[in-house]
Write a new protein. Structure first.
Length: 54
């Protein structure tokens, strides 16, 4: 299990260091931030609405 975790970490580190991946991530960053914000808003709205439904 240790070797699987280490392999995964090395793979992620190598991928993050790739210039093509960095460039693509930079282009998608604003979209990812908006999706994360919308997800958090929906989660908060459901947390507020749950007591009202009961």
């Amino acid at each position: 299990m240790f070797s699987m975790g280490l392999t995964w970490d090395v793979l992620v580190a190598a991928t993050i260091g790739n210039k093509r991946v960095i460039r693509r991530f930079t282009l998608l960053l604003s979209t990812l931030e908006r999706l994360a914000g919308a997800t958090l808003i929906l989660l908060a709205a459901s947390a507020i609405a749950m007591p009202l439904v009961k």
